[in-house]
Design a protein around this ligand. Structure first.
Ligand SMILES: Nc1ncnc2c1ncn2[C@@H]1O[C@H](COP(=O)(O)OP(=O)(O)O)[C@@H](O)[C@H]1O
Ligand SMILES: O=P(O)(O)OC[C@H]1O[C@](O)(COP(=O)(O)O)[C@@H](O)[C@@H]1O
Length: 303
């Protein structure tokens, strides 16, 4: 079974305006409320790909109920710890460009945190746990380490999609997959990256530090898959970008779901890129049809 863990879910409130005027009244042209948060997005795409998952994490208040209801309507299994405080709302402003304002996240009490750790204690050897997104400040920066310890005690594999120190600290525990984008990769090492060669150099350092598979996404510029033996490049399919929120999560879901279902890492890479682009070309996350339509357009070449 695949478990996705979203410590800090959100309602993604997508707001479109024609021409953003700061300090003035703006009227929305269109708006959309979606269940969000990185692990939740992974579960929604896994569901499209026919891979079963259970979405867990913390949900609270009216915002939390909306997310749980929406996932259940899509027949996605959920097992969240229900908390006192409200789940956050993240604003995704489309005004020609994409501007995002993400909330800090709710207060999480000690008993609520313990309840989540307890849920993972029943993991089994062949399970995969996808740990995704920011950590609400009230949990403390080392909460992922606590969850990784549980994965290791039970023998479950884990994937981690977060940034900065939390990601670097996780590497020594040998995550099945990490997927920084090229900007996050540069930030991790405090450098500016100018070429694909440099991306590969720093990507390899993540492998050496312990990651089993490294994907580096580069939005519309394609993606790199760096393994112990090879480096592969994928192009992105042609299409019109509608909403790239969740593209990275979709890529992780495409990779992990395909690897779990078929065991072929190159096909998993192809499915990851097709899923990411299918989401970028959609208002909401990608549908199965859109992913299947794009999959043959992804060409993978050895570097
Ligand atoms: N502008 C785009 N055109 C086509 N595909 C895109 C675009 N933006 C994102 N994608 C797809 O989604 C994947 C992840 O996107 P990226 O923006 O790099 O990740 P993140 O959302 O984590 O920053 C890319 O590898 C690509 O397949
Ligand atoms: O936990 P964070 O880092 O604040 O990110 C949460 C946001 O990321 C998303 O999961 C989208 O992530 P990606 O665009 O990186 O795939 C949104 O649904 C959510 O609003």
């Amino acid at each position: 079974m695949i478990y996705t863990v979203t410590l800090n879910p959100s309602i993604d409130y997508i707001v479109e305006v024609d021409d953003l005027k700061l300090g003035d009244l703006n009227r929305m042209k269109r708006d959309l409320k979606l269940p969000g948060g990185k692990g939740i997005n992974v579960s929604r795409i896994l569901n499209q790909l026919g891979a079963d998952s259970t979405a867990i994490g913390f949900l609270g208040g009216f915002t939390g109920r909306f997310i749980d209801d929406t996932l259940r309507e899509e027949s996605i299994k959920t097992d969240f710890v229900m908390i006192e405080d409200d789940t956050r709302i993240n604003i995704k402003l489309k005004h020609g460009d994409e501007t995002e304002i993400n909330g800090l996240g709710p207060a999480i009490r000690e008993q609520e945190a313990d309840a989540l750790v307890q849920k993972l204690a029943g993991l089994q050897k062949n399970d995969i746990v996808v740990l995704s997104g920011s950590i609400p400040p009230s949990l403390g920066g080392d909460f992922y380490e606590r969850l990784i310890r549980v994965c290791q005690d039970t023998g479950a594999e884990f994937v981690i999609d977060t940034t900065g120190e939390a990601l670097m600290k996780a590497l020594v525990h040998k995550p099945l997959l990490i997927k920084p984008n090229h900007h996050e990769l540069a930030e991790l090492f405090g450098v500016t990256i100018h070429s694909e060669e440099e991306i590969v150099t720093y990507g390899r350092k993540l492998l050496e530090a312990g990651a089993k598979n490294v994907l580096i996404s580069m939005a519309g510029e394609g993606a790199l898959f760096i393994t112990a033996d090879e480096v592969y490049h994928a192009n992105v399919p042609a299409g019109t970008v509608k909403n790239s929120v969740g593209a990275g999560d979709s890529m992780i879901a495409g990779f992990v779901g395909t690897l779990a279902l078929h065991g072929d890492p190159i096909e998993a890479f192809r499915a990851g890129v097709a899923s990411g682009s299918a989401t970028a070309f959609s208002d909401d996350l990608a549908t199965r049809e859109k992913i299947e339509q794009l999959r043959p357009q992804v060409t993978i070449s050895k570097r």
